[in-house]
Ligand binder design. Structure first.
Ligand code: 0XW
Ligand code: MG
Length: 369
């Protein structure tokens, strides 16, 4: 089965209850790119990539579409089933830009699943879980508002909550997390995610001021070197997220021994097949990690769930999709939703969703033989 057409769509995903505030930005809408890959057997595979705005990381929506424009003509005629060869062909056509290539990789996996009549999780080694633990990310806010949201999410069944910090006086972050702890205690795992927004001194001050709270600090500082410099003084488990842009970054973080867990985003690493490599490295080194992506609709969410299902449960920190923050679903029938703190793995072949083409935005470009 070979690629015969690639179609590229653009859609704005408006954030429900926005804005979504992190240390480095405030977002009301996310620009997502959807790819529809048609095989010579007439099957359709769906992929997606939705960077978190242009300054979150060195990935952005226009860049994704430019990268896809660069490689798409050279992918026509490639096998949809030989995913390693497809990735090598993409790398031959364009250096880097893993996030854009991820959309093609995900679509190829959707196609392969439909071709073999199995789910994407089965292509990735097999599902160990059909119900996946969700985590909820709470944007930057004030102490009482944040604690109230935390309490409400626990009542909805979430067992892991991520609190955004950074980008303001660290004393406020400390006050927020102390109030959260006073409010919810051990009812949920507490992760504080600075998205690179703290200086080393702020991170150390935060950790010292919250040393009695059993929380995890996610990506406190901007670089691996800064995280390494504070590791001896930090009283909490450390997780890396934004610093992990490739398999080599993952290996470098492990060799530097600078963290205890990872936040892993499928598109940033290059797609499902690269993520499977990172999954196996984490398993070999017993490194717990989340499974997520920057943003995206049902296509990205389904990819996240299929990958999550293959992860050893004791290493799966939690699963995040942006479904809670999006007004509409591409596939209303098989929409990816959280129920009582868990996701149900889709059952149909491939990704298990069938996007309604009236819901996937504007067709921007088409590539065919
Ligand atoms: C919580 N997320 C998965 C959602 C936003 O993309 C940020 C990200 C994170 O953990 O940094
Ligand atoms: Mg993170």
């Amino acid at each position: 089965m070979k690629i015969s057409e690639i179609h590229v769509y653009q859609k704005d995903l408006h954030i429900v209850g926005g804005p979504y505030t992190m240390s480095t930005m405030t977002l009301d809408v996310i620009d997502t790119t959807i790819v529809k890959v048609v095989s010579n057997s007439g099957l359709i595979g769906w992929g997606e990539v939705a960077p978190l705005g242009p300054n979150y990381q060195p990935q952005h929506a226009l860049g994704a579409r430019a990268a896809i424009a660069q490689i798409a003509p050279g992918l026509i005629g490639c096998s949809c089933l030989d995913h390693l060869l497809l990735r090598r062909q993409m790398d031959k056509l364009l250096n880097g830009h893993n996030y854009a290539k991820a959309a093609i990789d995900i679509a190829a996996m959707d196609l392969a699943g439909k071709h073999y009549d199995i789910r994407v999780c089965d292509l990735l080694g097999g599902a160990v879980s059909e119900r996946l633990p969700a985590y909820y990310a709470i944007g930057i806010g004030d102490p009482d508002e944040t604690a109230a949201i935390a309490k409400n999410k626990i009542s909805q069944g979430y067992k892991r909550l991520q609190f955004k910090i950074g980008g303001r006086n660290v004393a406020t972050d400390i006050a927020v997390i102390r109030n959260v702890w006073d409010t919810i205690g051990n009812q949920a795992q507490i992760v504080v995610d600075a998205n690179r927004g703290l200086t080393t001194s702020q991170a150390m001050r935060f950790s010292l001021s919250c040393s009695d709270i059993p929380l995890t600090m996610e990506q406190p500082c901007n670089t691996m070197e800064e995280v390494k410099s504070i590791r001896p003084q930090i009283h909490h488990p450390l997780a890396l997220d934004e610093n992990l842009e490739s398999v080599n970054d993952v290996l470098r973080a492990i060799s530097m021994d600078i963290c205890d867990a990872f936040g892993l985003k499928i598109s940033r690493l290059g797609g499902l097949n690269t993520m499977a490599t990172v999954r196996d490295i984490c398993e070999a080194r017993s490194i717990p990690h989340s499974m997520e992506d920057s943003w995206g609709g049902d296509i990205t969410s389904a990819a996240i769930l299929h990958m999550s299902a293959t992860i050893k449960p004791e290493l799966l920190e939690g699963v995040w999709t942006s479904g809670n923050y999006i007004e509409e679903h591409y596939d209303p029938v098989n929409a990816i939703r959280v129920d009582k703190g868990y996701f149900e793995l889709p059952q149909a072949p491939g990704l298990g969703i069938s996007p309604d083409e009236s819901r996937i935005g504007v067709l921007l470009a088409s590539y065919a033989s």
